[in-house]
Design a protein around this ligand. Sequence first.
Ligand code: GRF
Length: 206
Amino acid sequence: MMTTTPTALANKRLAVLISGGGSNLKAIHHAIENGLLTDAEIVLVVSDKPTAKGLEWAFTQGLKTALISPALCKEAEVSFEAVLLDALLEHQVDVIVLAGFLRIFKAEVLTAFAGKIVNIHPSLLPAYGGKGMYGAFVHEAVLANQEAHTGCTVHLVTADVDEGEVLGQAKVPVLPNDTVETLAQRVLEQEHRLYAEVLQRWLPTI
Ligand code: GRF
């Protein structure tokens, strides 16, 4: 009699790319540790900034980390993208998760990981997206326009900044006394929930 052994589904291997605090990285890590995000593992955390607090945190968690300095790449006359792709290949990365990563990718990365790069943006795209719309600038613009709502969006990354397919959104009300800081904080809380939720739904489809 023939018996078949069920083949275990391999975890999706995530590289999380950051430039700053890394609170979304922490939220994704937390979701994995607590079984809210399954069949996924963070195999590499990359920062383009030595000062990124999230990089230090990742190191203390025992995650593999890489600092790829654009300045050092320039000095060594190698492209940032080539060094990044080498690191992604070495760690057999399936998916690039951008979490506050401030560089815009060149074609070689977009081509190598077509349909497998996601980003989180602190607005309800297509509103308040595009070049120059990041961080406090987004929330400043939302407040200046007296919007009743804002929110966050997880989307695929393509050559057109913030224009890839939307995978999920969360709405956040703008309150009468909101400042850039209070609004950013409430949006960030939703980002943490949304990112893991979208990854859990989307990763099995790729
Ligand atoms: C978040 O607001 C995210 O939407 C944007 O950059 C910020 C990153 O925050 N892309 P953190 O580093 O994850 O705390």
